[in-house]
Ligand binder design. Structure first.
Ligand code: KG4
Ligand code: ZN
Length: 344
């Protein structure tokens, strides 16, 4: 085995609608990062169709891996270990990546590392910010999850709180859908909000008591739907940009407030943002402003590493391998995998 800084990790990701592969040298030097997105395919259905996603992953997975190896100027025989997302996600989609990783690890006789997708999102930050080290508070906001996590060490996490119902990204997508915006709705609401007045409509914010790190976005989503229906019945024309901006403000306000409280309770001064919703420009601006005001160091991944990719999976896999956290060939997809709240 080479020295750890020369280890080559192949990362594979297929948990939802992106087939991705990446090659990483050591823990943080990205050699390639290939993402084949299925968004245009699912857009006409207004959301991800699981069966179609699985089939597309099957077609894409080997070409994407070959492309990642080629762009990194390496071959499969140079790869020292293979990291793959095994959950959470869509079971059929996950199985494609897991099966490919297992077959390649077996064929090449290299270690296999099963990676939790949520942990991967957090680790995307180590690729963008070489100087970042734990401990810190991570705010993970994606299409499937919203959570505040105390990252104590590279392999030691505590869940402080997560959503009781819809994830933040899911709320963005659902509200966008009823407003007739294309999938995925997050970036569309982000764009539309710029033209709107975020104080135009006072949508509700849930679970705001101090010390409560849980989130709930389904009430907010229903409030937006009710507002739109009411206006339609009254034949009042709505200003869609105002609705988008007011909804977005309600989501962001809660995220920012809880992140600041989590930092203060844990006596930490580093905040890390992760997941697809991290690409939201207003969320990033608000967090940065508050971080500056509270003397908090604030990190978020580059745009490409916010949404699903395999570079973050390779990075997470590398740090697991340093701690001997390998999988064997019995590794299976776990669609409901949760972030461990005990030390691993
Ligand atoms: O992390 P991700 O790629 O997939 C999951 O693991 O879920 O996140 C996708 C989510 C979608 O809900 C999408 O609408 C949201 O991230 N998203 C955004 C933005 N870009 C992507 N939400 C708000 N503003 C954005 N700019
Ligand atoms: Zn994701």
């Amino acid at each position: 085995m080479p020295e750890s800084e020369d280890l080559l990790t192949l990362g594979i990701e297929s948990s939802c609608d992106e087939t991705a592969a990446a090659v990483l040298r050591g823990g943080r030097e990205l050699l390639s990062n290939v993402i084949s997105t299925q968004i245009p395919v699912h857009r006409k259905y207004g959301g991800v169709v699981p069966e179609i996603a699985s089939r597309r992953h099957i077609v894409n997975v080997m070409p994407v891996i070959d492309e990642a190896l080629q762009q990194a100027c390496v071959t499969l025989s140079d790869i020292n270990q293979i990291a793959v997302t095994y959950g959470p996600g869509l079971v059929g989609a996950l199985l494609v990546g897991v099966s490919a990783a297992k077959a390649l690890a077996f064929a090449r006789n290299v270690p296999l590392i099963g990676v939790n997708h949520l942990e991967g999102h957090i680790f995307a930050n180590f690729l963008t910010h070489q100087e970042l080290t734990p401990p810190f508070i991570a705010l993970v906001v994606s299409g499937g999850h919203t959570a505040l996590i105390h990252v104590r060490d590279y392999n030691h996490f505590t869940m402080m709180g997560q959503t009781r119902d819809d994830a933040a990204g899911e709320a963005f997508d659902k509200v966008a859908r009823v407003m007739g915006l294309p999938y995925p709705g997050g970036p569309e609401i982000d764009k539309l909000s710029v033209k709107g007045d975020e104080n135009a409509i006072d949508f509700p914010r849930a679970l705001r008591e101090k010390g409560n790190y849980e989130f709930s976005f389904s009430g907010l989503k229903s409030a937006v739907l009710n507002y739109l229906n009411e206006m339609k019945m009254k034949r009042v024309e709505v200003n869609r940009a105002d609705v988008a901006a007011s909804f977005q403000k309600a989501v962001i306000e809660v995220l920012v407030q809880k992140a600041l409280e989590a930092l203060s309770e844990s006596k930490l001064n580093t905040l890390v943002l992760a997941g697809g919703v991290a690409a939201n420009s207003t969320l990033e601006q608000r967090l940065r402003r508050e971080a500056d005001a509270h003397n908090v160091r604030f990190y978020f991944p580059s745009k490409l590493l916010c949404t699903d990719n395999a570079a973050m999976i390779a990075c997470r896999g590398y740090y697991q391998s340093r701690a001997g956290l390998f999988s064997d060939l019995r590794l299976n997809a776990v669609p409901g995998l949760s972030l461990t709240d005990v030390e691993v």
